[in-house]
Write a protein that binds this ligand. Structure first.
Ligand code: AMP
Length: 609
């Protein structure tokens, strides 16, 4: 299923992509056939298919599932039962996703072969880039990559984020060109478990090699902006390291320190002067282009929730293209961008037909889930729903090559690693076709309202967290009458902002606000948000302290008036729990009477099984 070719041969790579997309239907059929024949005797599939690996039967009998449905199977594997519960190939590790379930990260199965699939995916990105940008082989890439904590499950399996798993693999170490030093970051700096040291060292290496850098980037826009912030905070120290040829003493991770010292090698005061001059200038507009003048583009994902960072990136980039090359998840790597230089708002991804078997649940244009109404037939736990309802659900699913232009779908995947008809939770819109393979714009993630880094907070999470916090107000006779939220990314790192309208029980007077209590409310909200939020906040420092802005009486009426003026129906009006419109935020901000920030870092520790 993974075609062999020389990753240095651009033409061969492009030809392969043409073949895959031209034969999208056939490849998808082969993928499903392979997955079924391989896994038909797993406990999971045999409970629906009784040992038959028939594709038609698969579509009739195997239910579309959410994580909660498969969680018991995953947990059994984590606790030491054999992989054959869901996968004929041994599950070699569990990949912790940024989605959470019951406060813990979701865990996706992975196999040894899956690493090769990811390697194929990464390698095939380069021929596409080379088609649009000349001369990338004449210099280096400053890709700022990081690892995150991992745990060992009771069965001895490693559970860790997908990128950590990949960066720690031999496939990554042996990636094409790595031995020719085409990346400015040494693997030792990427693999340094202390993110602060890792970031500092990678920036130092990128600065030292600035004349050779042709492209810069990180996986997501949020991480790249954190690197800019780190440069802002540390440029004097970085320059001093370059001037003296000595790495700061607080870089204590031995292998990281050694690798970086080798790159720093000798004092270079000319380079230090140059960087000091650029970083010392009053405005940082275009700083990337000024510090790394040969850079041709910035490679960061700026679609989906990352789109909020585009204006800030544009400010720093000096007009460089922002390139989103790929769409991937812990469950499976998904699609690539065939037109990497297109504007961020025009980016579409083509799902590679050999990565998994893809199906699509139709959703209404206003993104309300059509099939959500047919709840009972979508889960294993609801096997006793009527056949009629089940049929209806099946009819909602279409194959990759059958999606329609302009229509919205939720992605459902069947992977080589033990997920069958699994709802990823992403809503995609069909924007066109590359040969016979559809191209999709990423629209949004189902339910998510707030996201800064890899955190994904939905309305329920927010509601529950606010409910916990408002317990503190009750004994004081305060009532929280309305709330909404937005993510403030005007500074780095961004932070969640909640607007609260408070009044005294029995009248509309604004309560006298006690700073300590309000700050405690901020902390309780943070403590009540999920594992990934708290990790980003405590361990990764990629989210700043949560803020509550108390607004005066009548503010939410003004918000409603505004929403109605924009076309909301008065009858059906519901306070939006997350605000994106700048005008709406201004309406709320103009009525703020008190601002409070969380003073504590929320509790977080690597999860335990
Ligand atoms: P995780 O499972 O934590 O790796 O997160 C995967 C999710 O991140 C996907 O299901 C998407 O919701 C989101 N994501 C990944 N790549 C992109 C992209 N290129 N554009 C928008 N969202 C993305």
């Amino acid at each position: 299923m993974l075609p062999r070719y020389d990753p240095n041969d651009n033409e061969a790579g492009m030809k392969l992509l043409e073949d895959l997309t031209t034969n999208a239907h056939q490849v998808q059929q082969q993928v499903l056939e392979k997955i079924l024949t391989q896994n038909v005797h797993t406990e999971y599939l045999s409970s629906f298919l009784n040992g038959h690996s028939n594709k038609k039967l698969f579509k009739e009998k195997v239910p579309v599932v959410n994580y909660e449905d498969i969680k018991p199977y995953i947990e059994r594997i984590a606790n030491g039962e054999p992989s054959e519960i869901i996968s004929a190939q041994p599950i070699t590790e569990l990949l912790t996703s940024s989605g959470t379930s019951g406060g813990q990260p979701k865990m996706m199965p992975s196999t040894a072969e899956d690493l090769d699939r990811k390697t194929f995916f990464y390698n095939i990105l380069m021929p596409v880039m080379n088609k649009y940008v000349d001369g990338l082989d004449q210099g280096k890439a400053m890709h700022l990559l990081f690892i995150k904590p991992e745990i060992i499950t009771p069965s001895g399996l490693m559970a860790r984020p997908v990128l950590t798993s990949y960066y720690k693999s031999n496939n990554f170490r042996n990636r094409p060109f790595n031995r020719f030093n085409v990346y400015t970051s040494p693997d030792e700096a990427i693999l340094c478990p202390d993110n602060k040291q890792s970031m500092y060292c990678q920036l130092l290496c990128g600065l030292v090699q600035r004349d050779e850098v042709l492209r810069v980037g990180a996986v997501f826009a949020s991480a790249f902006l954190r690197a800019i912030k780190c440069l802002e905070d540390y440029w004097r120290e970085l320059c001093s390291n370059i001037r003296t040829g000595h790495v700061s003493d607080w870089i204590t991770n031995p292998s990281c320190r050694n690798a970086v010292s080798l790159i720093l090698s000798k004092p270079n005061s000319d380079l230090a002067d140059l960087i000091e001059q650029e970083c010392g200038s009053k405005s940082w507009e275009g700083i990337i282009k000024r510090v790394w003048p040969r850079t041709k583009y910035i490679e960061v994902i700026v679609t989906g929730s990352m789109a909020q960072y585009i204006p800030t990136l544009e400010f720093y980039s000096g007009g460089l293209p922002l390139v989103s090359t790929m769409y991937a998840s812990s469950e499976c790597y998904l699609g690539i961008n065939f037109k990497p230089l297109s504007k961020p708002s025009d980016v579409s991804y083509t799902l590679l037909p050999n990565m998994a078997y893809f199906e699509f649940l139709h959703v209404e244009k206003n993104h309300e889930q059509v099939s959500e109404e047919i709840q009972c037939n979508t889960t294993i736990s609801d096997k006793n729903c009527t056949q009629k309802e089940y049929k209806k659900e099946i009819m909602e699913l279409v194959d990759l090559v059958d999606v329609k232009l302009g229509h919205y779908y939720e992605l459902v995947i069947t992977t080589f690693t033990g997920l069958y008809r699994y709802r990823v939770g992403d809503i995609l819109m069909v924007t066109g076709f590359h040969n016979n393979a559809p191209q999709f714009r990423f629209v949004h993630r189902r339910n998510v309202v707030l996201s800064i880094d890899t955190d994904k907070t939905n309305e329920d999470d927010l509601f529950n967290a606010v409910t916990q916090a408002k317990r503190l107000l009750k004994p004081l006779g305060f009532l929280l009458t309305e709330y909404t939220s937005y993510v403030d990314t005007s500074s780095i790192p961004g932070h969640y902002v909640l607007f609260w309208e408070l009044k005294m029980k029995g009248n509309n007077d604004l309560p006298e606000l006690d700073h300590a209590i309000m700050e405690q409310c901020c902390s309780i909200v943070e403590d009540s948000l999920d594992y990934v939020y708290r990790r980003c906040r405590k361990k990764d420092n990629s989210i700043g302290p949560l803020e509550i802005r108390v607004v005066k009486h009548g503010t939410f009426d003004a918000l409603m008036d505004f929403c109605v003026s924009q076309g909301s129906s008065v009858n059906q009006y519901k306070t939006p729990r997350c605000i994106k419109s700048e005008e709406a935020i201004n309406i709320l901000d103009a009525r703020v009477v008190g601002r409070f920030f969380s003073k504590n870092v929320p509790f977080w520790e690597s999860f335990r099984m």
